[in-house]
Design a protein around this ligand. Structure first.
Ligand SMILES: [Zn+2]
Length: 269
């Protein structure tokens, strides 16, 4: 499957942001993790008494995604918004009304109960992330939103042929250029790493980033990072390396595309 981007195109200036500054646009990084845990809130615990295995697997959460989100947020000194409530209760990465917003365990609940789950476990993170993005945009910054996810190494019996996925909207030049630059930086730093764009999922599918793109047509760059869970579960040293490599190469890619930010903390040794 071909990448959806334009690999031959050199990184250019970001689009959709404020007028380009001669030294680059001032950028702010915002980090989120929508599938950070498999916690079941007490009000629906009775639905999950025999679902332990399902909760522990990818159906329950994205293994390693919150660790990665913390690493990126720490490196950029960026705000981090996350939830540890399992997607099987309410999926933080789906819009209200989406058929998969609630899982098979919760979709049959009375409307009032589902509304309570949305109010308690869905809206707060969405509201906080939205406010952070709005504040940075109002301050004249270009916002680079990184949503941290992970994917299972084997899907329906077939091994995935990638290690890292960078998801974006190919129609948005700023996102496209940033991901092209980021992929190039990753290739230089770790040639053996299999990095794909808009795989294993499409960047334009329903999700938190997609919702924010609609809200902020200009000045907002939304990227979803997808890391192969194989590293998290069986190749821990590589995952530790990735937690340094991902923010370092993103920082370089920001600079490559004319996005300047406040500086980076030195990675923990
Ligand atoms: Zn996810």
């Amino acid at each position: 499957m071909a990448d959806a981007g334009s690999p031959g195109k050199p990184p250019g200036k970001p689009s959709g942001g404020p007028a380009a500054h001669p030294h680059g646009c001032a950028a702010a990084v915002v980090v989120t993790c929508e599938h950070g845990g498999n916690r079941v809130p007490p009000e629906v615990a009775h639905l999950f008494t025999t679902r332990g295995d399902h909760l522990a697997g990818h159906g329950g959460f994205d293994a390693g995604a919150l660790e990665m989100a913390r690493a990126v947020a720490a490196a950029f000194d960026a705000p981090l918004f996350y939830t540890t409530v399992t997607r099987l209760v309410v999926d933080q990465n789906r819009s209200i009304g989406h058929p998969k917003h609630f899982s098979k365990y919760t979709k049959g609940l009375p409307r009032s109960v589902r509304q309570g789950l949305i109010d308690a476990h869905y809206r707060p993170m969405r509201r906080e992330a939205l406010a952070a993005v709005s504040d940075f945009l109002e301050a004249g910054k270009t916002v680079v939103h990184l949503a941290s996810h992970s994917f299972v190494p084997i899907w329906r019996g077939v091994a995935r042929t990638m290690d890292v996925g960078l998801l974006y909207d190919p129609r948005r030049e700023g996102e496209r250029d940033l991901c092209a630059a980021w992929k190039a930086r990753l290739a230089t730093a770790r040639p053996e790493l299999r990095v794909r764009r808009n795989a294993p999922y499409k960047g334009v599918s329903d999700g938190h980033v997609t919702a924010l793109r609609k809200r902020f047509p200009a000045g907002y760059l939304g990227i979803e990072l997808e890391v192969n869970q194989g590293f998290v579960t069986t190749d821990r040293p590589v995952f530790e390396t990735l937690m340094r490599l991902i923010p370092a190469t993103l920082a370089a890619a920001l600079a490559d595309t004319g996005l300047a930010w406040g500086g980076m903390r030195p990675p923990p040794s």
